[in-house]
Design a protein around this ligand. Structure first.
Ligand code: SF4
Length: 440
């Protein structure tokens, strides 16, 4: 059982899906930098692609994604045309050098577009890029996931799917604007499995309005009964000043930080008892799954999609707001859907904001990734800093981290404190006033 130390969780911290974080992006780094980074991809270099579909049938009140209603056919069609154009532009720039090993569709809800359009996108990418048999993955909203969609995934060879579930409790579903009867999730899982999808993830949440430990336990029991290969258990971050749609959520019914910590601890213990391997600070996977293997073998990575077994150093984002990651560069495509469509349609790359990662950023990024992925991080270069030693001391004293020589590691007890340790290596946090959410 984890111990609760509120003083160590008081500071809001980034989720570190990249370092530097998106809060450090500037508009000085954009299209031209992306072009140079694509030009520098070496022949045969493994590359992953992420395709963003910013549409959903219904918008959930808690959602932090860039997405909008899919009810306007013209908007959807012109976005898809832009995506096809961008795929051709990026592929041309790569000139067949990159070896595409993974293609992930996220959003939004990729199944907010017609299944035929998904198949067309997959076909376009298979033809445009140098693909062998890439691992295809897709995020799914169970509410719009019918048999036609499941069969399309089967025919395309999609092997991984992630379902937005959040909670099975009907009252909490109503309180967060996502009403989704359990049977929908059951039938989505059945359809995915019978069409060859072999790794299914559930996204679940704790810290929701009106949720207590007993209700979370019930949701976890129901999830475990369906045996998803992976479960991501996220803490709900209530930040209506940044996400106005969250204003519809009644904040008076949100659990406090002590209860949130207790929920995260309960989730961890319940999932571990059910045979799941804890991965990073908020993912769990059954031992046969590649994510669990990556955690156990020390090869886990962290990128914009969260914890991943993907080892490629280059991730190319396609679609509005999609983020690309290169060792020396992070770049985000235009967030403005109209501008994105115009640029992509004109055959231009759409990178609009980002940051160059200098050698120090890359070193610090490696430390943060190692810590969050459960590996020993070499922190020798930083140990002379008195502020760092002072910052680390309470974590070391309480057994939440160990320091042997230059090797710093988060312990099993320290799992919920990983981000609070990682932030000590973030040189930008001292400079930025950007607000983040609690580490738990
Ligand atoms: S379905 Fe997913 S992406 Fe769409 S609004 Fe709900 S949480 Fe956001």
């Amino acid at each position: 059982m984890w111990s609760y130390y509120p003083d160590l969780l008081a500071r809001p911290v980034p989720r570190y899906t990249s370092y530097p974080t998106a809060a450090e992006f500037t508009d000085r780094v954009g299209e031209a930098y992306l072009g140079h980074a694509l030009d520098a991809v070496q022949p045969g270099q493994p590359v992953s692609l992420y395709v963003h579909i910013p549409f959903c049938e219904e918008i959930c009140w808690y959602c932090g994604c860039n997405t909008g209603r899919s009810n306007k056919a013209q908007r959807l069609t012109s976005y898809l045309d832009a995506l096809h154009a961008e795929i051709r532009t990026v592929a041309q720039r790569l000139g067949g050098r990159a070896r595409v090993e993974r293609i992930a569709f996220g959003g939004g809800s990729p199944n907010a577009i017609p299944p035929l359009e998904f198949a067309r996108l997959v076909d376009e990418m298979m033809l445009a890029f140098n693909c062998g048999a890439p691992v295809l993955s897709v995020e799914i909203d169970p509410r719009g996931f019918d048999q036609r969609w499941a069969m399309t995934l089967g025919v395309s060879g999609t092997k991984r799917a992630s379902l937005g579930v959040q909670t099975f409790d009907p009252a909490i579903q109503a309180a967060i604007g996502r009403v989704q009867p359990r049977d929908l999730v059951v039938s989505a899982v059945d359809r995915l499995r019978s069409n060859g999808v072999r790794s299914i993830n559930f996204d679940l949440m704790y810290g929701l309005p009106g949720q207590d430990r007993a209700l979370l336990e019930q949701t976890l029991d129901e999830a475990i009964a369906m045996r998803p290969d992976r479960i991501a258990l996220f803490g709900y971050a209530h930040v209506p000043h940044m996400l106005p749609r969250q204003k519809r959520i009644d904040a008076t019914h949100l659990p406090d930080q002590a209860e949130r910590f207790a929920m995260a601890a309960l989730g961890h213990d319940q999932l571990v008892a059910a045979g799941y391997v804890p991965v990073g600070f908020d993912h769990f996977a059954l031992p046969h799954d590649d994510l669990a293997k990556a955690q156990l073998q020390g090869t886990l990575r962290r990128n914009f999609q969260g914890f991943t077994e993907d080892r490629a150093d280059v991730l190319i984002g396609i679609g509005a707001t999609a983020i690309g990651q290169f060792p020396h560069l992070i770049v985000q495509n235009d967030k403005n859907s109209g501008r994105y469509r115009m640029r992509a349609g004109a055959g231009r790359l759409t990178g609009e904001r980002g940051i160059l990662r200098d050698a120090d950023d890359q070193r610090r990024g490696a430390i943060i990734e190692d810590l969050l992925c459960g590996r020993a991080a070499n922190v020798g270069t930083d140990l002379h800093r008195t502020d760092l030693r002072a910052g680390l001391a309470p974590f070391l004293e309480r057994g939440l981290a160990t320091l042997e020589g230059n090797s710093l590691r988060i312990t099993e007890q320290g799992r919920p404190y990983g981000r609070a340790v990682a932030v000590l290596f973030d040189r930008h946090r001292a400079l930025s006033q950007q607000r983040f959410s609690s580490a738990i």
